[in-house]
Write a protein that binds this ligand. Structure first.
Ligand code: TYM
Length: 334
């Protein structure tokens, strides 16, 4: 089993990232056998697809790495690095650019959403972003890619690129990566709008819980979270059509490691005035220890940078044979 996943080092890690992806990363790391390898990276090259402030990108990369360590990524068991320090990602992305089709990229919903009506004004990187993402996983022959539901389409594209490359060049080179999507929290929604996903790019900070938010801010954001005025029902079926209520129940269940139906059995009949403080206590009990560890880790940014450096060395060695095989398959003189 080869587990590979990444996160953009833009803004803060939020509860959607944590419940949708990072917790799966840690579960896979913890379940891993001696033959398995987990690679987790800061997708700093992907961050270039949006306007960049250089000093912020560098600082965000260290802070996001520290956050992953605080969440439980263990550099003795997993390889943690930043993408830019492993040139195979960008090199392989260029090679795969000959395989991927413009029509495939045009169908990517994230491209359509982010570009909106102004396609001509977007960076080339925003359009070719999924090809780099394919290279990220194919370079390591990833078998499992733990991601939130919003990345599923990008992973399907990576599978299509892998299959076409293998066919076009008559090789059995690339392994088909399987997206591994959390059943408990495939898509955590905004606290302000139950139909929009919780996201770093939402201009309203009240829409998300950041892992650096203090206990009072977590409680305040949950208290102000948009809801309806009905009490919680007894079954999940009765929650249909109530996206904000569904989201809060999902968050509670994911934090508590329980099934949403089971949570409803306990809280049926209660209004949000009662449920929200219980949810806030649950969120604080999970996030407060992470924040404490993060503060400690940020006291020594040099140590975090050294962890990334040694991770990059290990990742470079793992990516090298696949990059070479791809170059040879294509007929490059290397
Ligand atoms: P990014 O940085 O937007 O998000 C990191 C991870 O968090 C998940 N996620 C969510 N899950 C549930 N609910 C949400 N509201 C939510 N918001 C974000 C994302 O699905 C993701 O798993 N393109 C990727 C980074 C990337 C990558 C890769 C991932 C680059 N290369 C290769 C996997 C494999 C991205 O921008 O994720």
């Amino acid at each position: 089993m080869r587990v590979v996943s990444g996160i953009q080092p833009t803004g803060n890690l939020h509860l959607g990232n944590y419940l949708g992806a990072i917790r799966q990363w840690i579960a896979m790391q913890d379940a891993m056998g001696t033959e398995d390898t987990c690679l987790f990276f800061l997708a700093d090259l992907h961050a270039l697809t949006q306007p960049v402030v250089a000093a912020e990108l560098a600082a965000n990369t260290i802070e996001m790495a520290a956050t992953l360590l605080a969440c439980g990524i263990d550099p003795d068991r997993s390889i943690l690095f930043n993408q830019a320090r492993v040139p195979a990602h960008a090199e392989l992305a260029w090679l795969l650019g000959g395989t991927a089709r413009i029509g495939w990229l045009n169908r990517m919903t994230q491209w359509k959403d982010k570009a909106g009506k102004n396609r001509e004004g977007q960076s080339v990187g925003l359009f070719t972003y999924p090809v780099l993402q394919a290279a990220d996983v194919l370079a390591y022959q990833a078998t499992h890619v733990p991601v939130g539901d919003d990345q599923k389409q990008h992973l399907e594209l990576a599978r299509d690129i892998a299959a076409k490359f293998n066919t076009d060049f008559g090789v059995e080179l690339f392994t088909q990566p399987e997206p591994f999507i959390s059943a408990a929290a495939p898509r955590i929604m905004s606290l302000r709008d139950g139909t929009a996903k919780m996201s770093k790019s939402d201009p309203s900070d009240a829409s998300r819980i950041n892992l650096i938010d203090d206990d009072d801010l977590i409680a305040q954001k949950l208290r102000k979270a948009r809801t309806d005025s009905d009490p919680l029902p007894e079954t999940m079926k009765e929650l249909e059509g109530r996206p904000e209520a569904t989201n809060l129940v999902t968050i509670y269940a994911a934090l508590a490691g329980r099934a949403p139906a089971d949570v409803l059995v306990e809280f049926a009949g209660q209004g949000f005035g009662q449920f929200k403080p219980v949810l806030a206590d649950m969120a604080v009990s999970v996030l407060c220890p992470i924040r404490t560890r993060l503060t400690e880790l940020l006291g020594d940014r040099g140590a975090v940078a050294a962890t990334l450096e040694s991770g990059a060395n290990r990742a470079r060695a793992l990516a090298a044979p696949t990059l070479l095989a791809a170059q040879q398959a294509i007929g490059l003189q290397v």
